[in-house]
Ligand binder design. Structure first.
Ligand SMILES: NC(=O)c1ccc[n+]([C@@H]2O[C@H](COP(=O)([O-])OP(=O)(O)OC[C@H]3O[C@@H](n4cnc5c(N)ncnc54)[C@H](O)[C@@H]3O)[C@@H](O)[C@H]2O)c1
Length: 452
């Protein structure tokens, strides 16, 4: 079976490479010539752990190819995935479907023989039918079906997520297309991965409902963290105690600076707009969006408060700017709100991120000074602010930090340290949901024993 993937970004490139790894012949297409030129020279344009090795392996086996020639690759394909971006429309929250529709036009022009067209991009309810209509109008005689197969991978663990997903959701209404999709996902179904076959609309909405639910979980735990700070409870303990309840689950209960990234912010907004278009409301999602927006702003206040209420003339070392670890993706990262607000409040920023420096330079104000190493960024700073929980920040050398910093102050917006351990090293430590109102926590680590 020959597969063409249109859009070679975080999702398209991983999808194509993983299908090649399963043994299919895959062509990844992109209209960004530079991206394709890089891929053809074995340069991976994004940072995703393990992807470089897998791409090289499949290129060498002749199962993976990269091209800008969409027509040619669609003509030869049995299955065409659409994996282009669906960002928020400028100035409002509807998903911008122009890339999807333009891909559909290009597919229509090239179709030859029976082809299954699969929307992998996250698209609102009704998009699959619209794609079908676009192609049918242009090519009334063409033999094709449109299927929805939303992607649930997470950046940073995308290969593992694709290869061992919790489930695969497929919206397909034609038996012929369903048979093709079954064949495509046989490597996963034979490993007992649940494959949910359903309608186009159900598949499309499942993706948005999942992302909105996870966003709500994060917004919820962040509000509980605020309450912890007021009432003396500890958010780590609350999250643990809640998460052990199987009905709730431990994941996505990490309090922090608010959700960001390429999916949750835009998908929650798009879902609100879809609900509105259908004359209903998703008021809980609405509340999560409002809460998350306020969260990012309140993080700046938290940092300024920890620095004595004023950062004018102070230098802050920011560790981590990407929206999460193990990615270079900066889309809607909390740092994009926090860093500019700190600069506006008068702070100088010295920053380090293991993979985000290139994107960070483009997306953060030019005043930010960048360093190749976390300790270089700490030199003469008044405080260290951890915004992204990269593993390499989990065991910082506190003795070295004390020599470099003007003051031993750490503001940890990801709770990667135990307060008492940082304080024992002589640091003032401010974290999330663990300190009493408006002050530094000097309390011992919370009593958190889980006995099975
Ligand atoms: N990034 C994630 O973690 C993630 C996870 C699940 C789902 N999704 C969804 O997957 C979709 C893609 O997201 P992404 O993060 O991979 O986006 P991306 O911006 O990284 O990649 C999209 C790619 O499509 C290319 N493109 C656009 N129009 C094209 C066309 N007509 N022909 C050829 N190439 C074209 C762009 O040049 C770009 O390289 C979105 O709908 C997103 O919501 C993303």
């Amino acid at each position: 079976m020959k597969i063409t993937v249109i859009g070679s970004g975080y999702v398209g490139l991983v999808t194509g490479t993983c299908f090649a790894e399963f043994g299919f012949y895959v062509t990844c297409v992109d209209n960004n010539q530079q991206k394709i030129a890089q891929l053809n020279q074995d340069i991976i344009p994004i940072y995703e752990p393990g992807l470089d090795v897998m791409v090289a392996h499949n290129l060498a086996r002749g199962r993976l190819a990269f091209t800008t020639a969409i027509q040619e690759s669609v003509r030869e394909a049995d299955v065409v995935f659409i994996a282009v971006g669906t960002p928020s429309r400028r100035g409002e929250g509807h998903a911008d479907l122009s890339y999807v529709y333009s891909a559909a036009e290009e597919i229509a022009a090239a179709l030859e023989g029976y082809t299954v067209i699969v929307t992998k991009s996250t698209v609102p309810v009704g998009t699959g039918r619209k794609v079908k209509q676009i192609i049918r109008q242009k090519r009334p005689q063409a033999e094709f079906d449109v299927v929805s197969n939303p992607e649930f991978l997470r950046e940073g663990s995308a290969i593992e997520d694709f290869m061992k997903p919790d489930r695969v959701v497929i919206g397909s209404e034609a038996e012929r297309a369903t048979a093709v999709m079954q064949e495509l996902y046989r490597p996963l179904s034979s490993l007992e991965t649940p494959i949910v076959f359903t309608t186009l609309e159900t598949a499309e909405l499942t993706k948005y409902a999942s992302n909105a639910f996870l966003s709500t979980k994060i917004a919820f735990i962040n509000e509980i963290a605020d309450l912890c700070e007021r009432c003396g409870a500890d958010i780590q303990g609350v999250a643990k105690g809640m998460g052990l309840d199987k009905r709730i689950g431990e994941r996505f209960l990490n309090a922090g600076p608010g959700y960001g990234g390429s999916c949750f912010p835009k998908d929650t907004l798009a879902l609100m707009h879809t609900a509105n278009d259908y004359g209903t409301r998703v008021s809980i999602v609405d509340a999560a969006v409002t809460s998350n927006k306020a969260r990012k702003q309140s993080m700046t206040k938290k940092v300024i408060g920890a620095c004595g209420g004023d950062v004018r003339g102070k230098t802050l070392c920011v560790l981590g700017v990407t929206f999460k670890p193990d990615t270079d993706d900066m889309r809607d990262a909390p740092s994009l709100d926090i860093v500019p607000s700190l600069i506006k409040a008068g702070a100088k920023i010295r920053a380090f991120d293991p993979q985000g420096q290139k994107e960070g330079r483009d997306m953060l104000p030019p005043e930010v000074e960048w360093f190749e190493d976390p300790y270089m960024a700490m030199k003469e700073a008044d405080a260290v602010v951890i915004i992204t929980e990269w593993n390499e920040f989990r065991a910082l050398d506190f003795n070295q930090m004390k020599l470099l910093l003007k003051k031993p102050l750490m503001i940890d917006l990801r709770n990667i340290y135990v307060p008492s351990q940082v304080q024992e090293k002589g640091f003032d430590y401010v974290s999330i949901g663990r300190s009493p109102a408006h002050g530094f926590s000097r309390s011992k680590a919370p009593i958190l024993r889980v006995v099975s």
